[in-house]
Structure formats: structure tokens, C-alpha cells
Design a protein around this ligand. Sequence first.
Ligand SMILES: NC(=O)c1ccc[n+]([C@@H]2O[C@H](COP(=O)([O-])OP(=O)(O)OC[C@H]3O[C@@H](n4cnc5c(N)ncnc54)[C@H](OP(=O)(O)O)[C@@H]3O)[C@@H](O)[C@H]2O)c1
Length: 326
Amino acid sequence: MEKYNWGIIGTGTISNLFAEGLTTLDHACIYAVGSRNQATAASFAEKWQISQVYDSYEILFADPEVDVVYIGTPHNFHFQNVRDALNAGKHVLCEKPFTLNGVEARELVALARQKNLFLMDAMWNRFQPWFQVVSDLLKEERLGELLHFKADLSFRFDVGAEHRIYNRNLGGGSLLDLGVYPIALASAFMGKPTEIKSMAHLYHTGVDDQVSMLFGYTSGATAELGCSSRYLSKNNATIHGSRGFIEIHGMIIRPEKITIHEQGQEIVEIEMPYTSNAYQYEAQAVMEMLEQGNTEHPLMPLDETIEIMDTMDEIRASIRVAYPGE
Ligand SMILES: NC(=O)c1ccc[n+]([C@@H]2O[C@H](COP(=O)([O-])OP(=O)(O)OC[C@H]3O[C@@H](n4cnc5c(N)ncnc54)[C@H](OP(=O)(O)O)[C@@H]3O)[C@@H](O)[C@H]2O)c1
């Protein structure tokens, strides 16, 4: 594999975690960082030993040596940042949620396809080893008919109204930030829901801080999903079939163990060890696609990303959460 030059834009929490993951990959060079200001760019560059330091995202996109751009900015900037990067001819990995809504997602996917550039939603847990293990178990039909999926991702955020989790101008809300994970897992394991019912609690800024969701599928299967920035949950998931269930232990963003419970059988436990902080798996997956000349990853197809955004649009319409300009 050749060595790929990554350009990271945004220097906050997730960009640091992603950079840490990249440092473990032989074929990744953290070549450039772009920030809104020189001082944060310089300190990020010093921390991760990055040679090209830019005080704007646009200059990074214009650097011909950058092969692939990682977008680590708040959700509401993803659309513009991805569009600018694609228009500059760059391959892109964009943080979750991919965009604010399905309209934005469709436009970016069309642009990437038109330009024949790689684009992916950074749904990092799909590239961790456990995901393949569970997908294989489901393919083997060990659980029988899939009947129900249950997942929650909730943490208590003791932060003010200006924080991006509660800030409407920054695409705030627990659904887009946390709920996207249970929804994406339901999408991976159960497919596209045909019926959605939701109930939410809203924060005083008008964004949701707690959402409970029920999904129905044409097969008759159901899903029960939740997210909150007010309570802490086990943050796990269970897939129920007619012959047993699989429990995904630890947080669904980075599970630690899987247990298989088949009717009348001993419980089977599979530990899921990780290397580094587990963000490197998605970066490695991107580079493998670039190496093969592919513009999409089969584990996180762009059409599925659009479906996930459409699902969240439908939920937001029913709980009456909209962002400026929508
Ligand atoms: N995959 C995961 O596990 C995970 C975890 C956390 C967050 N995320 C996602 O990553 C994205 C960023 O989240 P974060 O927690 O890293 O946010 P953060 O700590 O606030 O960092 C966001 C960065 O974006 C840049 N930015 C540009 N315009 C901004 C503005 N108006 N206000 C604030 N920052 C602005 C800033 O970098 P510069 O000043 O350098 O330009 C800032 O440091 C979100 O979409 C979130 O959903 C993913």
C-alpha cells in the first residue's frame, strides 16, 4: 500500500482522537492541519508532528499534496466543508452525523459521484472487529428470524446552552449527536424502517435532549432506540431473534464483548480486544478503498448514509426540531 497524506480540519475533541488513531497506521501520514486560527493549528501540529499548518480550511483543501481530508468540525459545517473539499478534488471522510439532513447528504453524495471521489460517513464502530463478528453471526442465521433490536446511547452533558450539544446554530441535539449510532446500527442489522414513532424532551434552546424511538419493518420486526444528553445508560444493544439473542456489551460506539444466547445452549462469550483508541480502523478502511480505486466503502454505503439522515429528518419533524435555514 502507498502512503496517504491526511489533512485534518478542525482541532477539537474528535480531531485529536482521530489523529491519535492515525499515528498507529504505517500507511498514514498526518500531513496537514487546517484550523480557523493559526495558534490552534500550530499547537495541534506540534502535538501530532504535522508539517503543514494552515490557518484556514480552504488553504488545506488547495494543497495538492493532501490525498484525503478528515472533517472534524461541528455538524452544521459538514455540508460546506465536504463540498469545498470535494470541489478541490479531495477524497473525504466526514464525521457523524454526516450532515444536518437528507437534502444536504444527497447533494454531497451526488457531487462525490460526479467527481469520482471517495466519500464516507465516519461511522467508526462499523470498522471495528466486533461489527464483522456480529454481521457474520446474523448471516449464519444462528438467531433464527430477526424480530427485535434494542439500543441506546446516552450520556449526561453538564454543559451550558452554548455547547454544540445544545446549540441550535451548531446542529445541537441528542438525536444527531448520539441517536445516530443506535439508528445506524438498526439500519445495519434490520434495514430501513417503514414506520417510525418518536417521543422527545426538548432543551430550552429548542433542540432535543432526550428521544425515544420505535421503528417498524415490513417483516413485522421492531426496534426500540433511545438517546439522551440528560441521563447515562448502559449504552449497549441487543439483537433478538426467534431462536435467541446477541448482546453487545459496553458502549455501542466501541463494544467490549459480545454474548450469544441461543435457546437451550450455553452462553457463548466473545471478548473484543482493541488496539489503540479504535479510530484507526475507519482510517485504514478508507485507505484500503483508495488503494483499490473505490469511491465508496461497502460497509458504509452512501445510499445508507442518506437513508439514516432521512430517518433522522422524519424523527425531527415529529418532535418539532428544526435547524436555522430548514
Ligand atoms: N466519532 C466520534 O466518536 C465523535 C466524537 C465526538 C464528536 N464527533 C463529531 O465530530 C464533530 C466535532 O465534534 P467535537 O466534539 O470534536 O467538537 P469540538 O471539540 O467543539 O471541535 C470542533 C472543532 O471544529 C472547528 N470549528 C469550526 N467552526 C466552529 C464553530 N463555529 N464553533 C466551534 N468549533 C468550530 C474548531 O476547530 P478550529 O478552531 O481548529 O477550526 C473546533 O475545535 C461533530 O460533528 C461530532 O458529532 C464524533
